[in-house]
Design a protein around this ligand. Sequence first.
Ligand SMILES: [Zn+2]
Length: 278
Amino acid sequence: MHRRGFVSLSAAFAVAPLAARAASQQRVTLSGTMQQGSLVIGHAEAGARVRVDGKLLSVGETGLFAFGLAYDQKGAATVTARFTDGDTETHDVTPVVREYEVQAINGLPQNYVSPPEDIERRIKREHALVAEARSQDTDQDWFAEPFDWPGRGIISGLFGSQRILNGTPSAPHFGVDIAEGEGGLIRAPANAIVALAEQFYLEGGYTLLDHGRGVFTGYFHQSQQLVKQGDRVSRGQVFGHVGHTGRATGPHLHWAMNWFQVRLDPSRSTRTPAPPKA
Ligand SMILES: [Zn+2]
């Protein structure tokens, strides 16, 4: 039997709890905010082989898997599951289209906007390290419960904003900025393994957390890093301090999320729409 389902698109913020997913009669269930830049969390019957647009996903022992919708994705992502009895089920997930802001930032040192060639080479090297770290497919399901905010304060930069740096149109802003004072505490939003803890040119003090099955979160501009590559961190654990290292006009936490190399909006996977007040 072949079933084809269409995921109902909901503007609701909350990520459905595991229990709600388990109660569904479908053999595959999908949850998330289903917008451009959203992480989608799936659950499939034991033993199912799951593909997204043809790419085979790793599925946990409990049936959990994940994938991301790109920030500019307009077409549907097609999820196909093949069960141990030979049946298949297909779901098309069409992301809700978002409108992104335009944000002008001035007063950045020009070396950060149009770096000289040697620095450009350094940036490329550092980004290659990040891409390599984010190609890991760790057999953990720590991404499956809604994330906590890693810092406190107001949101000062939104995911996807078109950036104009010192008057020059630049790459979109692939993260959420939380305005917090120098030294503010950065907490793990979920359990993770530290995939990278480095000092990079643009990102400054940079930590990459691996939450399993290609779901990563990144933390930029830290003044202090308390963990190293390979460390385990638990949800709520302080692992760094807010700073303004790298390309930053002032202290804040830039929080990024990825599914492998696909850039996602971490604010679409949090328990609450905004961080707690400072
Ligand atoms: Zn930022």
